[in-house]
Each structure stands twice: as structure tokens, then as C-alpha cells.
Design a protein around this ligand. Structure first.
Ligand code: SME
Length: 160
């Protein structure tokens, strides 16, 4: 089976609508957590062309870098630190329109201007985050948070 992603050049909503069933099909029946995180990051990067998109996973008391697409990134983030650590601490999606105005923002790339972080939840516990960075200011809004929260639900923590 070919694994190409059919890209959509329409509105953001249309792009998510086209991408979602393709990612769902790609992940269906695949038990490898790493494979699924990697393919989801790749599909989002291909469709949206963000500067960086990927996952950090909770390991003991910190977030550790997981599968991603984009420039090299910092490997460990403490709880409550930066946008990722804050989304972990609050178990809430965070949208940052201008990363320079976010206290404690961790600048993995000087090109990053706006960011969205979605917690990965299992039984109310955060076990990781999805992080996307854009080189444009205010690139993320409610459409992204609604859809990306739906995307991460395709991934289950029981996978190994
Ligand atoms: N900017 C993030 C750190 C991760 S990188 O952007 C990939 C933060 O403040 O948590």
C-alpha cells in the first residue's frame, strides 16, 4: 500500500478535514507508539509546513524529546517550564501568538514566532505533548486546537 498523503490547498479547516481520515487510516491497526507518533508528525509537517512539529513524552519528572519533524530541538523540559512544560502542568492546550511574549518560552529555534502545545491525556494524566512551532506570528487558533486535540486522540498510550 502506498503511504502518500494527499495534500489539500484549501482553508485550514479543509486541510484538517482531508488530513484527518488519512492519518487515522495510517495509524489504524499499528501497535507501535513510536511509529504512530513519527507518522503523525510527518503528516502534519507535510500538510502545514510548520517550522517544527513533534512530540515530547513524560519520562519520570521531565518531558523528553520524541519523534518530530524540523530542526534539532532541546531534549529535556522540566514540568512548568516553557510552553510545553506549562501545557503539561496545566493539562490544557496552550496557544502562544508571540513566543517572545511568553514568560519562560524555551527558544529551540530563533525562527519560531508562534506555538501550540496539546497535552496527550490518558485517564486525566498527561503522558506527553504535541508541540507545533511556526515561523509566522499568530499562526495557530481555535481551529488548530480543536483538530489537533482530535488528532492526538488517535494515539493510545497502551501502544508499545
Ligand atoms: N518552545 C518550546 C520548546 C520546544 S521547541 O519549540 C521544539 C517550549 O517553550 O516549551
Amino acid at each position: 500500500m502506498a503511504e502518500d498523503i494527499l495534500l489539500n490547498k484549501g482553508s485550514k479547516e479543509e486541510q484538517y478535514q482531508t488530513l484527518y481520515p488519512q492519518v487515522a487510516a495510517l495509524l489504524e491497526g499499528e501497535p507501535s507508539l513510536i511509529a504512530n507518533l513519527a507518522n503523525m508528525a510527518a503528516a502534519l509537517k507535510e500538510q502545514f509546513g510548520w517550522l517544527w512539529v513533534g512530540f515530547y513524552l513524560v519520562m519520570k519528572d521531565e518531558l523528553v524529546l520524541g519523534p518530530f519533524q524540523g530542526p534539532v530541538a532541546c531534549t529535556r523540559i522540566q514540568k512548568g517550564r516553557g510552553v510545553c512544560g506549562s501545557a503539561w502542568a496545566s493539562a490544557k492546550t496552550l496557544i502562544v501568538d508571540d513566543v517572545e511574549k511568553f514568560p519562560g518560552h524555551i527558544a529551540c529555534s530563533s525562527l519560531s514566532r508562534s506555538e501550540i502545545v496539546i497535552p496527550l491525556l490518558s485517564n486525566g494524566e498527561v503522558w506527553g505533548v504535541l508541540d507545533a512551532d511556526s515561523s509566522s506570528l499568530s499562526d495557530f487558533n481555535k481551529t488548530d486546537s480543536i483538530w489537533l486535540e482530535k488528532f492526538v486522540q488517535l494515539i493510545t498510550v497502551e501502544e508499545a
